[in-house]
Design a protein around this ligand. Structure first.
Ligand code: HEC
Length: 177
């Protein structure tokens, strides 16, 4: 509830499971500090239990330089096709996992914000109380940044372009710097 309220106000919110840290991106700009808020209550699936705010401490997600390189974006597109389309779908690809509440949004729709720092945190930490898993243990940070670069740069991508970009492996050894 709190997260959704803040999201409606344009404040990016990322909730982290296990012990409960909620990250606020105070201004929507990449450069603004992320402020984590410790919480004592977890949101059970499909209920709207409010978080209890216990403490506020300052923290920061550093945005990598040269985030949106063609190579990183291609890596991101490939990872997205491998790991994410079954729930989120993509242009030309229908989601195969159905019936989730809340439902996974179409992340490549024109007009989405897809702020890279916010997207990075949500992919890494997941969204507690929803079907969105935390990928931090499975996908290295550099590749999560590649996903964030792809999702930001390629909002509104066509089905053909997505197919071409996501079925080609990026050159090894390079990604987001
Ligand atoms: C098992 C299904 C599932 C998989 C797999 C999955 N997601 Fe999600 N994802 C969700 C759901 C459900 C939500 C919506 C949560 C909500 O509304 O709070 C979501 C939300 C998100 C959001 C936040 C969207 C927003 O509006 O803020 C991002 C970003 C995201 N997912 C990225 C990814 C990426 C990248 C992958 C692959 C590495 C992925 N997801 C894989 C189910 C999934």
């Amino acid at each position: 509830m709190l997260a959704r309220l803040l999201q409606a106000l344009g404040i990016a919110v990322v909730a982290v499971p296990a012990g409960g840290l909620l990250f606020f991106h105070m201004s929507g700009s990449h450069d603004s500090p992320l402020v984590p808020i410790a919480m004592s209550a977890a949101r059970a699936p499909q209920t709207a239990m409010p978080y209890t705010i216990a403490a506020i401490i300052a923290a920061r997600v550093e945005l990598p330089e040269n985030l949106e390189t063609p190579q990183a974006e291609q890596t991101g597109a490939h990872l997205f096709r491998e790991n994410c389309v079954q729930c989120h779908g993509a242009p030309g690809i229908a989601a195969t996992v159905q019936g989730m509440t809340p439902a996974p949004p179409n992340l490549l729709r024109t007009g989405r914000r897809n702020d890279p720092a916010e997207v990075f945190s949500k992919i890494k930490n997941g969204i507690p109380g929803t079907a969105m898993p935390a990928w931090g243990d499975q996908i290295p940070d550099q590749s999560i940044w590649a996903l964030a670069a792809f999702l930001h740069h390629y909002r509104g991508i066509s089905a053909d372009a997505f197919d071409a970009l996501s079925t080609t492996e990026a050159e090894p050894g390079e990604g987001t710097h």
